[in-house]
Design a protein around this ligand. Structure first.
Ligand code: NAD
Length: 483
């Protein structure tokens, strides 16, 4: 019998008003692991009501006290971190060891923002006339609707709710319908540490656009914090126009990974494997999407890269040594397969992989073999679109000027990586790439201390860093006349 979950609204665990539920399946074997309520717009409205009622009291608590709730939830979740990682592996499919790292990283946002809350400073501004006194105040935006994707079921949640709650906002979270269990476990921890009712609410449902509309059309929701595809981001942006809602977006990417002729090739090959394959089997927005290797080192680099890819272990998430799990669903798997088949039909060569895995332990899951494609050209869809799977298209280049132009020739601008030992080149290229996050000889991912976010169609605003809390604050200017 699958685990039965409830919605978290106004500090209570409740069924959906319609009584409907939906199954959550393990993408590695198709088994139903839980039944969750399938929330409707009425449930969303009840959650907004609760968040709206909780706002005056929560926002007027001193920041240090709000931070204490985050720290208490952090401590509890720290005790349960293996259990949370288990849920992530079950609902998302990523290897258990990788899920454990995600939980650790996700929880770091609680401590970071509990501390940042105390540093939300205003300003006293020198007045231009003698009788005025001027100051600038930062205040929480109000009720926030947070919408998150399935690829990082813990991090995507904490990176939004931690700064929002720390800033004094109240939150209605709608996690991805594929992975709501982690979000509900986080809510459970907040419930147990006594977070006041309504400060944090979770609604789970399969009709994402109806729930999204419920947030967009309600004037009490002042801000939408969204992570997901650029396509859905645009739908939300259009919908937000009517009420000029505050928005922050973390959207799709098409990250270039550039290996210059003077790079440490071993390190570059290791970095390419890590950032292409070892993050949710390539289903991450900052995954390398296009690998560019200087023509002078291409022949040396390829065996270093391909050998490492061949050694990757594709397995169900709880198997010892698993490195690559399944893709999230059939649709994602078919798209990856289609991109590879189309590229091959247009002249790309498969150096390794190139197909679904369908037998033995893979028979009931959405597995794709780690794949390296050579002789790729930029007009192929595999180089233009976000792949979201374990497929690395490789291309060559011959000059710095050329590769900067090619790397920037995309509507996306989230993350970019390059390897060189030349310091001047490192600075020139880092400055010239039109991306929000640049890894120089570093593909090891991000930390809480720096802002995360994209240029162009990859996003709006930043999460993490000191910027992360700003997204949940309004600025008020106060002018006082004194006699
Ligand atoms: P998605 O856009 O399909 O869904 C994201 C969330 O939005 C889910 O909760 C979904 O239910 C909800 N949603 C879908 N349609 C909606 C609508 N009309 N109104 C309101 N909500 C709606 O994305 P996904 O497939 O879950 O995630 C993969 C995408 O997320 C990729 O493009 C990836 O690059 C992006 N992503 C970006 C970042 C980042 O930080 N930039 C991080 C992780 C994922």
């Amino acid at each position: 019998m699958a685990d039965v979950q409830l919605l978290y609204i106004g500090g209570e665990w409740v069924k959906s008003r319609s009584g409907k539920t939906m199954p959550i399946r393990n993408p590695a074997n198709g088994e139903v692991i839980a039944e969750v309520p399938d929330a409707s717009t009425e449930d969303a409205a009840a959650a907004i009501d609760a968040a709206h009622r909780a706002f005056p009291q929560w926002s007027s608590l001193p920041a240090i006290e709000r931070g204490r709730y985050l720290l208490r939830a952090h401590a509890l979740l720290e005790e349960r971190k293996d259990e949370i990682a288990r849920l992530i592996t079950l609902e998302n499919g990523k290897p258990y060891e990788e899920a454990k790292k995600e939980v650790q990283f996700a929880l770091g946002y609680f401590t970071w923002f509990a501390e940042e809350a105390r540093r939300v400073y205003g300003e006293i501004v020198p007045p231009p006339v003698p009788h005025k006194r001027l100051w600038v105040l930062k205040q929480p935006v109000g009720v926030v609707a947070a919408i998150t994707p399935w690829n990082f079921p813990a991090t995507m949640v904490t990176r939004k709710i931690a700064p929002a709650l720390a800033a004094g906002c109240t939150v209605v979270l709608k996690p991805a319908s594929a992975t709501p269990l982690t979000a509900l476990a986080i809510a459970k921890a907040f419930h147990e540490v006594g977070l006041p009712p309504g400060v944090f609410n979770v609604v789970v449902g399969r009709n994402s656009s109806a729930l999204g509309d419920a947030f967009l059309s309600d004037r009490r929701v002042r801000k939408i914090a969204f992570t997901g595809s650029t396509e859905v981001g645009k739908v939300i942006m259009r919908g937000a126009a009517d009420q000029i809602k505050r928005l922050s977006f973390e959207l799709g990417g098409n990250a270039p990974f550039i290996v210059f002729e003077d790079a440490d090739l071993e390190r570059a090959a290791e970095g390419a494997v890590a950032i292409k394959f070892l993050r949710v089997a390539g289903q991450s927005c900052i995954c390398a999407n296009r690998i560019y290797v200087h023509e002078a080192v291409h022949e040396k680099f390829m065996p270093l890269f391909v050998e490492r890819v061949k050694a990757l272990k594709v397995a169900q998430g709880f198997e010892e040594g698993a490195q690559i799990g399944p893709l999230i669903n059939e649709q994602t798997l078919s798209k990856v397969e289609e991109l590879v088949e189309e590229a091959v039909a247009q002249g790309a060569k498969v150096a390794v992989g190139g197909h679904r895995l369908t037998s033995g332990p893979y028979a009931k899951g959405f597995f794709f073999a780690p794949t390296v494609l050579e002789s790729v050209r930029e007009e192929m869809r595999v180089a233009r679109e976000e792949i979201f799977g374990p497929v690395a298209p490789v291309m060559t280049f011959s000059s710095e000027e050329e590769i900067i132009r090619r790397a920037n020739d995309t509507t996306y601008g989230l993350a970019a990586y390059f390897y060189t030992r030349d310091l001047s080149k490192a600075i020139r290229v880092a400055e010239a790439l039109e991306y929000g996050m640049i890894g120089v000889n570093d593909a090891s991912g991000y930390t809480h201390e720096i802002p995360f976010g994209g240029y162009k169609e990859s996003g709006l605003g930043r999460e993490g860093g000191k910027e992360g809390i700003e997204e949940y604050l309004e600025t008020k200017s106060i002018s006082l006349w004194i006699s």
